[in-house]
Design a protein around this ligand. Structure first.
Ligand code: FAD
Length: 593
């Protein structure tokens, strides 16, 4: 550990490299959240979470560096049917280490345990696994973010024969788990999945062959895969409108996984980031598939899968932010300029606290969406689909924005070295951009939000109710936050009312609602956790973070700030993850005479 003296004589310690740390043990934010919302889960799973945390910033990270720089996905032409040797098919080659880390996530039972017939584990487990994975490797997180929803969709919607054959395969823990995929995007339609043109020819038993071109097919190239694909049956009544079915496409057509299905990866995308992740353009050439749901239910079924992936996206983004924070502190602690460590410089401290605050706020949103989705997946009686969808849209959008911002700022803090591929922040920065694009960019999340708050359901009421519950339950020590949150809730409540009266305004204002509602909810959730931290651990740190988030998000400040914020005065405690007491005697700020 480096140990640099600050000007006040106190030391801040941090290791010179983040790789090798434990992504769970170094994360009080996650631990406190779990202790508050599900202490039994924490108790039951903390050893496993610690193991995953060590893996995330250990082997997973080392693999990510290697795969990104030296062994990205490649494509080769293969003879797949000896009867037609001239008919070659494009197949993807992945490096063994990349495939091994993917399998490791399932070997722990992170997915299988959720579908255990007797004592099903909370779906928080795969979401937290994603959060850990995000700290190192989005390229590994993406296939995992699709395997989970594929298992869910099969478990909940597939006909018994399909479920019986394929669900146990997805729940394997022996290193041979088929990896999930969700193939919706076509050349002319990414956001507009309803415009799918891929054709399905289905017999009376739900056996299908698919013909078409899927324009983005991630996770193709694993030794075994199982992907869900939208397609339009070749029936007169389905040629218009949203008559889509959802089909399960296996990489192999036999039960022994030895006879390859017919498909052709005609091109691998050359991407800005996520180089290890195979993203192909895949031709479905009479590809064997099994009907999960017939038309017109395919679109809704795919949306359920995408809902789950979007929560994974938010969890991954939260993990990315934690990594950006750790990298910033690590670098600043160990880098000296003008004779002193960067971490002693007030401007650097301010920047680190900003990154920390965005991570805290983003994590609050991501964790809340994971919790809501887990409750829904477990069919808990008080789970609400509308609330989960609102939350997912807010969390998906906001965390992706924050993750990229945090990566950008941490790269800048690491300086010229950060801009080189020799340091992990460059890869994290390139990769983080995808979190904004896939699973639906900003406007698509805004439209989803509008469906929930202006439609037949009462999503807007659920949003307000959740915030009012927070306000109601905040302890006395959070009174100033109570007032501020109350004002924000009153204002957005009025604006939501106006939107109900003028729904046509949504086309213009949806993105502003998305932004404002995500900020208010993030602030509310920070306050909720802060109240609990104070009551349970006498720790006022989160309260100061909530105040800082409020100032960053809602205060249009024009004047220069000459005084340190309260949070800044406790910089060292924040970095060390130590509790911050109430009513500290803050040192008087020095002013120019
Ligand atoms: C690395 C990578 C991997 C991917 N893997 C997969 C995969 O495995 N499976 C899969 O199905 N897809 C995959 N995708 C595709 C991804 O989901 C889509 O790119 C994404 O959903 C956006 O669709 P699009 O690219 O067609 O953009 P478009 O739909 O063309 O949208 C372009 C822009 O217009 C905005 N927009 C669209 N409609 C509206 C509207 N009505 N009002 C206002 N604004 C609008 C969007 O927000 C976006 O900013 C992948 C993408 C990437 C980058």
């Amino acid at each position: 550990m480096a140990d640099h003296k600050k000007s006040d004589g106190k030391a801040v310690s941090f290791p010179p490299r983040v790789q090798g740390m434990n992504g769970f043990e170094a994360d009080k934010t996650l631990q406190n959240f779990l202790e508050r919302v599900d202490p039994e889960f924490l108790e039951r799973r903390k050893d496993l979470l610690s193991e995953i945390g060590a893996f995330a910033l250990g082997e997973l990270d080392a693999q990510a560096e290697e795969s990104d720089r030296h062994f990205p996905a490649t494509i080769e032409q293969k003879v797949t049917d000896p009867v037609y040797p001239e008919q070659r098919r494009g197949h993807v080659i992945l490096n063994a280490r990349y495939k091994a880390v993917q399998q490791q996530l399932y070997k722990w039972g992170t997915l299988a345990d959720c579908f255990d017939k007797n004592t099903p584990e909370s779906h928080m487990l795969p979401f937290i696994t994603q959060y850990m994975t995000g700290k190192s490797d989005i390229s590994t997180g993406c296939p995992y973010a699709m395997t989970h929803p594929v298992a869910l969709v099969i478990a909940k919607l597939a006909p018994p024969a399909v479920k019986k054959r394929f669900l146990p395969e997805l729940l394997r823990t022996d290193g041979n788990t088929p990896i999930g995929g969700t193939w919706a995007t076509e050349r002319h339609s990414g956001s507009d999945v309803g415009a799918t043109e891929t054709k399905a020819f289905v017999d009376g038993h739900g056996n299908a062959v698919l013909q078409g071109l899927k324009w983005f097919t991630s996770a193709i190239g694993f030794d075994r895969f199982l992907t869900v694909a939208t397609a339009r049956p070749d029936r007169e009544e389905d040629k218009t409108g949203k008559g889509l079915g959802l089909y399960l496409v296996p990489s192999h057509i036999d039960e022994d996984w030895s006879v390859p299905n017919d498909y052709n990866v005609r091109h691998l995308k050359n991407k800005l980031g996520t180089k290890a992740l195979p993203t192909g353009e895949t031709e479905l050439t009479d590809t064997v598939a099994f009907q999960i749901v017939p038309p017109p239910h395919g679109l809704k079924a795919m949306m359920i899968a995408l809902g789950c992936s979007r929560v994974h996206n938010a969890m991954s983004a939260a993990g990315v932010m934690h990594r950006a924070y750790l990298e910033s502190v690590s670098w600043a602690t160990n880098r000296k300029t003008f004779g002193d460590a960067l971490i002693t410089r007030p401007m650097v401290q301010k920047r680190i606290l900003d990154i920390h605050t965005e991570w805290q706020a983003g994590s609050a949103l991501a964790f809340e969406s994971a919790r809501a989705f887990s409750d829904l997946a477990a069919d808990k009686p008080d789970a609400s689909e509308e609330w989960t969808r609102i939350l997912t849209a807010l969390a998906k959008y906001k965390t992706a924005e924050q993750a990229l911002w945090c990566c950008e700022k941490s790269l800048e803090l690491v300086g010229g070295n950060g801009y080189t591929e020799e340091y992990p922040v460059a890869r994290q920065f390139r990769d983080a951009m995808v979190l904004r694009v896939w699973e639906g960019p900003e406007q698509i999340q805004a439209l989803e939000l509008m469906r929930m708050v202006t439609g037949k359901g009462k999503g807007d009421f659920e949003y307000i109710d959740r915030l009012e519950k927070i306000i109601h339950e905040l302890p006395y020590s959070m009174n100033p936050e109570k007032m501020k949150l109350g004002k924000l809730v009153d204002e957005i409540n009025m604006e939501l009312g106006q939107l109900r009266r003028e729904p046509e305004a949504a086309a213009l204002a949806a993105d502003e609602f998305l932004s404002k509602m995500s900020n208010i909810l993030a602030y509310g959730l920070l306050c909720e956790q802060a109240g609990w931290d104070i009551e349970t651990h006498q720790d006022h740190g989160k309260k100061l973070t909530a105040q800082h988030f409020f100032d960053r998000s809602f205060t249009a400040r024009t004047g220069i700030q000459f005084d340190m914020t309260h949070l800044h005065k406790h910089f060292e405690a924040v970095v060390k993850g130590e509790p911050i007491p109430a009513h500290s005697r803050f040192k008087k700020p020095t002013r120019r005479p």
